[in-house]
Design a protein around this ligand. Sequence first.
Ligand SMILES: O=c1ccn([C@H]2C[C@H](O)[C@@H](COP(=O)(O)OP(=O)(O)OP(=O)(O)O)O2)c(=O)[nH]1
Ligand SMILES: [Mg+2]
Length: 144
Amino acid sequence: MTISIINKSNNSLPAYETAHAAGMDLRANLEESIRLNPMERKLIPTGLYIELPVGFEAQIRPRSGLAFKHGIGIVNSPGTIDADYRGEIKVLLINFGAEAFEINHGDRIAQMVIAKHETVSWSQVEVLNDTTRGEGGFGHTAVK
Ligand SMILES: O=c1ccn([C@H]2C[C@H](O)[C@@H](COP(=O)(O)OP(=O)(O)OP(=O)(O)O)O2)c(=O)[nH]1
Ligand SMILES: [Mg+2]
């Protein structure tokens, strides 16, 4: 599948880093480096604008390496890029680590997964069909 993209940065386009990767890494588009202090969050621009086909979304997910090594996450993870969004893709990074973290232009800060989604309508009812689980949740299967 081919998707239209505008790249206002001088970074390379998001790309799959291995043959069967699900995510394409996104790079920061910065005029100057950004410092994220512990527990600080900042919106990081990518310079990318995409035109998703109807019925698709793009999910903006953290990179596990940055999470493991530096405690870097995404506040609204996974971020959702809607098919009708024409603005710049931005990434809301947060530093859960104990040390300040510097983001430089071109750094791979997140990954983007393109996914299909359903669009549903509701059938409002009074009763739902019964299941073995019923209303059990939030750990109700844990061994006592
Ligand atoms: O990590 C993200 C999440 C969202 N967006 C863009 C694309 C998305 O289509 C739009 C709106 O996102 P969302 O629906 O999550 O935010 P909202 O707070 O509900 O804003 P809106 O009222 O504009 O829908 O913002 C990003 O660039 N990065
Ligand atoms: Mg919304």
